[in-house]
Design a binder for this molecule. Sequence first.
Ligand code: UDP
Length: 238
Amino acid sequence: GTAPTQYGRVMLKISGEALMGDQGYGLNPPTVERIAREVESVAAMGVEVCMVIGGGNIFRGLQGSAQGMERTTADYMGMLATVMNALAMQSSLEARGLYCRVISAIRMDEVCEPYIRRRAIRHLEKKRIVIFAAGTGNPYFTTDTAATLRANEMNCEAIFKGTKVDGVYDKDPKKHADAKRYENVSYDEVLQKHLGVMDASAIALARDNRLPIIVFSLDEPGGFRSILAGEGTYTRVH
Ligand code: UDP
């Protein structure tokens, strides 16, 4: 169905852990499917959807290097983990009859397309969902920074960061009953107070390009769609 929305093109960033469900590791197919349905309902509004999925449910570079692995090698393993998550999401979206492309920052032509900016834009114009995999392609970065980078390159109007809570709080709302949610917060306040929306390089890249970050709960069914329709609770970082 169609609901009015001010958004033409958006970036959805989710962590790898969002695909894990109740498991401690890896991919939980019903959870992947649940998120695919959320994306489907937004695509049905006519919104062009970009996605970046992290890899933390499979591997994190910092964790590997803490165990003695060379950092850049560990980071490449983390980037490869994001490709697996992207393929799982592509499969789930396609099972729902949606058109989707996985585009990797690291070439692996047998598996998915390489990143070519104009081609990615063309996919979006044709209403294909584009999942950007392998992060930025560089070690020492995160998928939050990759999402911000690609959102800028694709001229997205905002990044939607799906989390376990419905916005940015002054302290952890799962631990403190009196935690207060921000409606609006500036990039600089997020950085100064270490509010943990995204890592500092991602926040700075969004700030310098005036790209709003909408932090919302991915656990709320229909949440992504309702925010695009101008409802629901969330925090706008701008
Ligand atoms: N990574 C990287 N460069 C990037 C993006 C990701 O090296 O541009 C690696 C890094 O090791 C990171 C891992 O991939 O720990 C998984 O990404 P991230 O931690 O951002 O995943 P999330 O926390 O969102 O699940």
